[in-house]
Write a protein that binds this ligand. Structure first.
Ligand SMILES: Nc1ncnc2c1ncn2[C@@H]1O[C@H](COP(=O)(O)OP(=O)(O)OP(=O)(O)O)[C@@H](O)[C@H]1O
Ligand SMILES: Nc1ncnc2c1ncn2[C@@H]1O[C@H](COP(=O)(O)OP(=O)(O)OP(=O)(O)O)[C@@H](O)[C@H]1O
Ligand SMILES: [Mg+2]
Ligand SMILES: [Mg+2]
Lengths: 225, 225
């Protein structure tokens, strides 16, 4: 499904070069459940952005479901991002002026779904993350963990086959975190692929494989029993 | 130092009332080290905002160092917020167009400190959280955990006597999290008061007392041995 070869990402800050990824090679098969760990600043979110086609590598190749991503048209990339991939951002990235329901239904708006269906699905998605009674709150009227759950519901609403979740339980107490992990577990059981970034060991243990980054490189890549 | 009596906070969303805090009574003495825990949405950030004078209660009284906060002038409140309290927000609240150095020096700008001193102190504060080589990055050029650490450095720069930290390690791996907790430990050792919200038990264990919220009320309030 996902094939990264010698991937590098170098950011520029003024005249300074920041090598965020310094040569990543990894393979992810369909229906894998993978956790990415590593110190703050080691390149986890950068790697997720590349996998999710939100950014392009400075060097190396990325093959997604057999297609070289760097050769894809903008339309094809947009279609992959909107329909095939669900992304939970580390900083949520919700629309501040839209309420929870509208934020969650947004991917369905882009997919051209009619309003009745989108509203229904958005309500169900919010109920699945425990926010049935917060549909009309805007992000600044929600707690940190509630915003995180809206971001999760939005990522899942299009039934994507690849879920990229960047610290999805970072703002959640352990009970609510477990509920979210149960949702992801079910999505995995249905045949989809899950890649999540976490700094919490007990969350990483739920995955089948743990990739550890250190300073822009893969330090370890092990299947857990 | 802090005396809350029958504190209630009711938000309005359209015509609906959301009772975020439903009667909180608690006392915090100088030099205490307190952790607040509880499920997502239970009222932790709301309580922190009230304690930090960033918001006012709907009912109840808040006495800070002997003064009834509701009777203080705006100038006095601003002075308390800028000089006596250091606040680490759950969503960091950094200025997006300013780099890390400038974000961290901001409280010193408000305190009227000259530029040489503020730049020096801001550099030291960033070095203390491991970001000496990121001073000129803006927030969108920083990782999630690096933004969190800039927010922490900014909260500490004025040497406040009351630190309010809302999930200060939520985006940090355990090693970096331990470094931050060591910084807070030292600040506590110097006689200051620390109140932190966390959903991680191993972080809460570093405090001397744990207050657990549930649905806007205090469920438990225990000193840990
Ligand atoms: N400005 C607001 N308007 C309306 N409701 C609000 C507002 N801010 C918070 N709430 C509601 O008040 C309740 C408490 O919010 P608060 O942010 O204090 O929770 P929290 O304990 O910090 O949660 P978390 O662990 O998810 O950060 C939540 O149910 C939230 O939806
Ligand atoms: N847009 C950018 N411009 C410049 N440098 C950047 C940019 N984005 C990230 N960086 C740098 O690249 C490195 C990797 O960042 P990344 O966000 O991938 O880290 P991370 O592993 O997700 O960290 P965290 O656990 O703190 O979220 C960091 O040192 C960061 O400062
Ligand atoms: Mg990150
Ligand atoms: Mg909160």
């Amino acid at each position: 499904l996902i094939e990264l070869r010698d991937i590098e990402k170098i950011y520029k800050v003024g005249t300074i070069e920041v090598p965020a990824l310094r040569g990543i090679t990894m393979l992810v098969r369909p229906n894998e459940y993978l956790a990415i760990m590593g110190p703050s600043g080691s390149g986890k979110s950068t790697l997720m952005n590349l996998i999710g086609c939100l950014d392009t590598p400075t060097k190396g190749t990325y093959t997604l479901a057999g297609e070289d991503v760097s050769r894809l048209s903008d339309n094809r990339l947009a279609e992959i991002r909107n329909r095939r991939i669900g992304f939970v951002f580390q900083t949520f990235n919700l629309l501040p002026r839209a309420n929870a329901l509208h934020n969650v239904e947004l991917p369905l708006v882009y997919a051209g779904k009619p309003i009745g269906i989108r509203r229904q699905k958005a309500r169900e998605a919010l109920a699945a993350v425990g926010l049935a009674d917060r549909t009309h709150h805007r992000p600044n009227e929600l707690s940190g963990g509630q915003r995180q759950r809206v971001a999760i519901a939005r990522a899942l609403i299009n039934n994507p086959s690849l879920i990229l979740a960047d610290e999805p339980t970072g703002n959640l107490d352990s009970v609510t975190g477990e509920e979210i992990m149960a949702v992801l577990d079910e999505i995995h059981r249905q045949g989809n692929t899950i890649i999540l970034v976490t700094h919490e060991e007990y969350i990483a243990r739920k995955a089948k494989r743990i990739v550890r980054l250190l300073d822009g490189l893969i330090e370890k890549d092990d299947y857990v029993s």
